[in-house]
Design a protein around this ligand. Structure first.
Ligand code: PLP
Length: 402
């Protein structure tokens, strides 16, 4: 029965899969939504005979429902869900790397990934190089005899720099490496890394997959089932499985994933166009803008839209940035991204604080960079809020100069 339903789900369109894949009405009660299986343990019929579940650190039916849905969306044989995105990233590394190995990461990447490589992997004698993965030549030059894995983030957090996945996949195949793509910013609704040759897709489901600022979670999906088995084994050893309640909430959030991503993208484009016209803004980074340096790659790699994240640099000094962020009213100053509410972040002091200042500046994360996770409010209201914040900043600076 399971096989037949998977076949049927594969024939559905993405939007329908977001609603129906991985879940079915509860066979005992008819409840349309899958129950939250809040249980540690499961009755076994006889020694060695169980219904597929024994202990909720290894697997749990509500978490399995989320995994089946994610696997249907990404078109992988299975998925493995974790407590957080960084738990997924660490399980990925612990599954594939051992002492003496080397990992290549994008130079612009989530700050927690950098901290994990530098502070944890290094202790286990795994070395890491952070290279500009948007340039395949730099990637090839960084490959060593002991390199095992390439981990890229595209669009990268927070500068939105893109990596051409097909170009890096050619290298990973040539040198027999595993290529993983952190697809947190676009999700399978807008980017399918496996179609471009990636081996593993990584998620912080905390962001768009859940989409409501309600849960933390992560996921790993490989096209090769033997890799998925390794991830489940590592998760069981580390004890980092997603909780049933978080999985259940995430299952509800995913139902509107394509609709949200479409609207996030439309709103972000409108806000990016507005920011481009403002005299206090030095530069706007959004892959959907015609003058984004990698706009052509964005058109080729993304499925018709470019997500809800914008980065922009303000004119002036660090105080200008702080004044601006402190002046917004509708936009919330917060660490997260990818949810209904518009969130504003100062990467240098918040999400990318773990990266040393000099290294941060080299990769374009200056003190004046602002990241905006454009939400689903009316774009007019978001623009109006930014506009009043710019006015306050301009007024303050005028008063100071008088
Ligand atoms: N990957 C990306 C691109 C992120 O932005 C983040 C968090 O901001 C993570 C991974 C880590 O996810 P989590 O916060 O769920 O551990």
């Amino acid at each position: 029965m399971a096989k037949q339903s998977i076949k049927f789900e594969n024939q559905q369109h993405f939007t329908s899969k977001c609603i129906h894949a991985g879940v079915q009405a509860d066979p005992t009660t008819g409840a349309l939504l899958p129950p939250i299986y809040q249980t540690t343990t499961y009755l076994q019929e006889a020694v060695g005979k169980d219904k597929g579940y024994t202990y909720s650190r290894s697997s749990n039916p509500t978490v399995s429902a989320l995994e089946n849905k994610l696997a249907a969306l990404e078109e992988t044989p299975s998925a493995t869900c974790f407590t957080t995105g960084i738990a997924a990233i660490s399980a990925f590394a612990f599954s594939l790397l051992k002492a003496g190995d080397h990992i290549i990461c994008s130079d612009v990447i989530y700050g927690g990934t950098v901290r994990f490589c530098k502070e944890i992997l290094q202790k286990f004698e795994v070395s890491a190089s952070f290279v500009d993965t948007s340039n395949p030549k730099e990637v090839e030059a960084a490959i060593q005899e002991n390199t095992k894995v390439i981990l890229i983030e595209t669009p990268a957090n927070p500068t939105l720099k893109l990596t051409d996945i097909s170009e890096v996949a050619k290298l990973s195949k040539k040198y027999n490496l595993t290529l993983a793509v952190d697809n947190t910013f676009l999700t399978a609704a807008l980017l399918k890394p496996i179609d471009f040759g990636a081996d593993v897709v990584i998620y912080s489901t905390t962001k768009y997959i859940d989409g409501h600022n309600a849960t933390v979670g992560g996921a790993l999906l490989a096209k090769d089932e033997s890799l998925n088995e390794k991830f489940r084994f590592t998760r069981n050893c580390l004890g980092s499985i997603q909780t049933p309640f978080e999985a259940w909430l995430t299952l509800q959030g995913i139902k509107t994933l394509p609709l949200r991503l479409k609207q996030h993208s439309e709103n972000a484009l409108a806000v990016a166009r507005y920011l481009q016209t403002h005299e206090l803004v030095k530069k706007v980074y959004y892959p959907g803008l015609e003058n984004f340096p990698q706009h052509e790659l964005a058109q080729r790699q993304h499925q018709g839209a470019h997500g809800g994240i914008i980065a922009f640099e303000l004119k002036g000094d660090i105080q200008t940035g702080i004044d601006f962020i402190n002046s917004v009213k509708l936009c919330a100053l917060a660490e997260n991204l990818g949810a209904i509410e518009t969130l504003i972040t100062h990467p240098a002091s918040m999400t990318h604080g773990p990266i040393p200042k000099e290294q941060r500046e080299q990769i374009g994360i200056g003190d004046g960079l602002v990241r905006l996770s454009v939400g689903l409010e009316d774009p007019f209201d978001i623009i109006q809020d930014l506009d009043q914040a710019f006015d306050l900043v301009a007024k303050k600076h005028k008063e100071l100069s008088e």
